[in-house]
Every structure is written in C-alpha cells, then in structure tokens.
Design a protein around this ligand. Structure first.
Ligand SMILES: Cc1ncc(COP(=O)(O)O)c(C=O)c1O
Length: 429
C-alpha cells in the first residue's frame, strides 16, 4: 500500500496484474461475502500515461486539469505531483486544490460568471487569473478582487462536439473590444484569451479557427495597452473515443506555430478534463433486478416470441449515480463467460431508483443474464463520480485506487523531476 503521499491511499498492483485482474479479485471477494455493492476501480497509472502522451503531443501547451471533470482527491493529488495546473470553477474547487498544496499561480478560475463570495474567496487564497465573457462580470470582480488578472473567453465553434458549451459562455468577436475597454475603464488588467470548443470535440479544425480568432483578440488587447501573454485553448480533447488525440494535437500545433510562434512570448495553456480521467475509471455493477417482457404480438409462435422478448435489467448504479450522459458511448462487458453463439436479446437497462429518468440504455443486445451477475463499464472517469447524487438514498459507488507497478516507478521519476524543477506541490497559503 503506497499510502504515504496520499490521504486516501492506493494499491500498487503486483507485477503482471492488470486493472481487470483487480476487478475480478474484488468481485470474487464480494461473492464470498455475499455482497453485491457496485464499485469503481480507478487506475491512477492512466493519468500518468495520459500526461506523458500530452507532453509528447503538445509540448508547448501546459495542461490545467479541469477539476469539475473528476475531483476525487487521489486524482488531483497525482496530477498536482506531476506539476499540473488546475482549472477551478468554484470556491470549493479552489479550496480543494489549494489545500493539497498547489500554488495559486497554478490555478485558473475558469468560470465566466462567478458568485461574488467565490471571487472574494479566490482573492483570499491568492488565485488571480480568472475568465469573463460579459460586461456585468467586471464590476463584481473589480469590487471583490481588484488585483485579478482577467482572461477574456471568446465564443468558439462547438457544433461538432458532444457537449457544446457555446450557448452559455463565450463572447462573440464583435463584443470583444467593448469588453476590454470596459475593463480598462474599471482599471482592471486583462492578460489573455480563452475558449472552449465543447467537450467531446470531433473536429480539430474547431481549434484552428478559435486559435486564429484568439490571435485577433489578443492583438486588439495589445492595441488597447494590455500586456496580453496568455492563450488558454480550453478542453474538448478526446478521452477514450472517436478521434485520435495525436491527430488533434498535430492540427493544434500547426495553428499555434502560425498564430502564436515561440517568439510571440504568449504562454499557452489548456483545460483538459475528459482527456486525463476518462480511461482511468472502471465501474463494476450488479444486476439487482430483472423483468422479462414478452412481445405480445408474437405469441402465436413460442420460439419466435422467446427470441423477441425484451429483458429489463435493474442495476445498482444509474443515471443518478455515475452513469449519467453515457448512453451512446457506453457498452457493458460481461463478467460471466458466454459462448459466442448464444442467443442475444434486446434489453432495457435501468438504474436502481424508482425514477423513470433513471434509464441507462435500450441499445444493447445481451445474452440472458441473471440477478447477481456483474457488468463492467470501462472508460467512465469523466463526469461520472462528479455528477453522482444521493437521490433516493443511493450513494456514489466506492472507489478503489490502484496503479501498475511499472507506472508507479515512472510516476515517482516525474514527481522527483517536478520537485527538482520547483513544480511539485508547494506550501499552502
Ligand atoms: C471552462 C471549462 N474548461 C474545461 C472543461 C473540461 O472540458 P473537457 O472535459 O472536454 O476536457 C470544461 C467542461 O465543461 C469547462 O467548462
């Protein structure tokens, strides 16, 4: 147990053991004790792997992990020790990250519409960099945090992303000048521009366009007398699916070289959330209930009716727990071995609450499963445990943290290098 540097502790897996082995072992332990509780296994090594991949693919872009995506303490602690920055969206996120010893300079308060008391709190914890995209935000910040360094969030094309954010945030190009003039009139400092192409972005060119527009806005700021030295390219990077991260990175690098070459002296940061944590978490759930629905129209032929039946399954995690918003990307793995030629049935899968919206999927064809069988959902680290509620008395499934033996050694090397370079954790203010 390598618990010395983490409050929560985690297990370093024995040589040759995989995360799936760890899950199978926990399931066997559960079965021996007649337990059916759902659980997550978080592979902290996935964070290390993703970080190395990021550094290789986007060497000019410093990641500020979006805490909202998954704020579990071991996750942010591992990332902090690898020298990451953090994107915080609220007072509590700032508290979490400052309390684990991350210096205020490594935090961007990236929420364009902030509550006054949260702005005041950011000031009290030394966090200065924060985003805005509208005129009404400025007097609030001027009053509660006059030393704040503002970053203007501009609108970006998010049409090809799974979770667009543009309807809520981002200033249109034709408002940017006035938004900067208003800041100037209030004696406020603007240091850069940010954007977000939407989570689950499938079109790397959305970054190219936004980077080009950011250049125009940064030049506008320079003309107005601001010292513009920050470009924040937001989130939207893929976690486990559709588009290859490296392809996206190549497009981004090309755009940065054109619009923000090294000589421009603009620091480039990003706010990846999904990219870092999606693959790190795996959920094991138990089938706690089942209902077989016969297709009434086919009852003339017994065999056909049998083949066409729909099986409803009730799991002990669902939309009010950690499985919200995953419908199209989610596919369970079965724990029990099934022969490949086994009959598959249409299934309707529900979470454990009595609410109709706790409906996980109708998309899966599954062999006939039984109460007590286990299903595994991979790649569910992003917007899962952070969205989990206690609705109807159900709680977030517990998390067991692990890291592979080899990755553990790699992590320690990165951590030591960061500390030597002054980028590790620092004393809390
Ligand atoms: C301001 C901001 N930054 C970063 C993120 C993280 O985005 P992603 O999970 O796509 O990396 C979000 C997600 O909502 C966000 O709103």
């Amino acid at each position: 147990m390598a618990s010395c540097i983490f409050d929560s502790g985690f297990n370093v897996l024995e040589e040759g053991l995989t995360v799936r082995d760890a899950i199978d072992k926990i399931i066997i332990e559960h079965q021996l004790k007649d337990l059916t509780d759902a659980f997550h296994v978080a592979d902290l090594g996935a964070l290390v792997d993703q970080h190395l991949r990021w550094q290789r693919a986007l060497p000019r872009v410093k990641p500020f992990y979006a805490v909202k995506c998954n704020s579990s303490k071991p996750v942010v602690q591992i990332l902090a020790q690898m020298g990451m920055g953090f994107d915080c969206a609220s007072k509590n996120e700032i508290a979490l990250i400052r309390d684990i010893g991350v210096a205020a300079e490594r935090i961007i308060y990236a929420n364009p519409c902030k509550e006054s008391s949260h702005i005041k709190y950011a000031a009290s914890r030394g966090v200065q960099t924060m985003t805005y995209d509208n005129e009404d935000e400025l007097p609030k910040v001027a009053k509660n945090h006059p030393a704040a360094k503002m970053v203007l969030r501009i609108a970006a094309d998010d049409l090809k992303s799974s979770f667009p954010l543009g309807e809520k945030f981002g200033a249109p190009m034709n408002e940017c000048k006035i938004l900067m003039e208003s800041a100037k009139a209030l004696n406020m400092d603007i240091i850069g521009v940010s954007f977000h192409v939407g989570s689950g972005c499938t079109d790397p060119n959305a970054f190219t366009q936004a980077i080009a527009e950011a250049r125009l806005v940064i030049d506008m700021g320079i003309d107005l007398g601001f010292h513009m030295n920050l470009l924040d390219i937001g989130g939207g990077f893929p976690g486990a699916d559709h588009i290859l991260f490296e392809e996206m990175a190549a497009v981004i690098n090309r755009a940065l070289d054109i619009y923000f070459p090294d000589e421009s002296q603009v620091q480039i940061i990003a706010e990846p959330g999904t990219y870092y944590v999606a693959t790190a978490f795996t959920l094991a759930v138990n089938i706690i209930g089942r209902k077989i629905v016969k297709n009434e129209q086919l009852c003339s032929d017994d065999e056909e009716a049998e083949n066409e039946k729909i099986i409803m399954y009730y799991l002990n995690d669902g939309n009010f727990g950690t499985l919200l918003d995953f419908d199209c990307n989610l596919k369970p793995l079965l724990c029990k071995k099934h022969c490949p030629d086994q009959q598959l049935y249409n299934s309707r899968v529900w979470g454990p609450t009595t609410n109709n919206r706790d409906h996980i999927s109708d998309q899966w064809k599954l062999p006939e499963l039984e109460i007590g069988d286990w299903l595994i959902f991979e790649n569910i680290g992003a917007y899962s445990i952070s969205l989990s509620s206690n609705f109807s008395g159900f709680h977030c499934a517990p998390i067991r943290y692990v890291m592979g033996n080899v990755t553990w050694k790699t992590f320690q090397k990165i951590k030591d290098e960061c500390q030597a370079g002054g980028e590790g954790q620092e004393d809390t203010v």
